[in-house]
Design a binder for this molecule. Structure first.
Ligand SMILES: [Zn+2]
Length: 217
């Protein structure tokens, strides 16, 4: 019986150590490290040099222990903008919130805060994209159905500002929209403000080149 207890103790120790090594492996990245990882992933995507990391069945099974994403991406629902693909990441890597025109209200803010507070993510990227239909529809104007107009109302200040700027109206409106959403997240989240190293930055994805240009880093 004593021998059995010893074996049980050794087994428990090994199990504890393996769980400890799992949590060490999944140490949270700083905002700087997380951004670097996204930049490098986007470079691989452009070169079509995909890593195929974190998509095999063993990795997937490991994720039953929990998730440890290194970045939050708030982006458009547009089917051409798929964060895991354009940053060459896999399962469990990016916590994603998607709405048309990447607009953010309390529901989306709550999701962002969950990932910051409970998962310890230190980087929030608001990602707009070339040829965004939501921004384009606001520029075009006209009658917009009730529920869609709720989205359009959020985007309108970005379009109004673009009308006073030089250069391409749609390009400027897309960037302004990202800037306004970055500001909105920062101004309305005490959790992000109080987090030690949590940054909110913007970016725009070019469908033409595949590149994500980051700004307000
Ligand atoms: Zn869009």
């Amino acid at each position: 019986m004593k021998k059995f207890s010893k074996i049980l103790l050794v087994c428990t120790l090994f199990l504890s150590l393996s769980l400890l090594s799992y949590s060490n492996e999944s140490k949270n990245l700083s905002s700087k490290e997380a951004l670097q990882k996204l930049v490098e992933g986007n470079e691989r995507f452009i070169k079509e040099d995909y890593s195929n990391q974190h998509i095999d069945k063993d990795y997937r099974k490991g994720l039953t222990k929990g998730q440890n994403p290194f970045a939050i991406v708030v982006t458009c629902s547009d089917s051409r903008v798929a964060p895991e693909l354009l940053f060459d990441q896999g399962l469990g890597d990016i916590f994603i919130i998607r709405t048309a025109g990447e607009v953010v209200d309390k529901l989306e803010l709550g999701s962002i805060e969950y990932a910051v507070e409970h998962l310890g993510v230190n980087l929030v990227v608001v990602l707009g994209h070339e040829n965004c239909g939501a921004v384009g529809a606001v520029i075009k104007g006209g009658d917009i159905p009730k529920n869609i107009s709720y989205i359009a109302d959020e985007i309108k200040p970005a379009v109004d500002k673009a009308k006073t700027q030089e250069g391409d109206l749609e390009e400027n409106a897309i960037k302004n929209n990202v800037d306004l959403i970055v500001d909105k997240i920062k101004k309305n989240s005490e959790i992000i403000e109080e987090a030690k190293d949590c940054k909110v930055i913007g970016g725009v994805y070019s469908i033409t080149t595949g590149k994500v240009e980051f700004f307000n880093k």
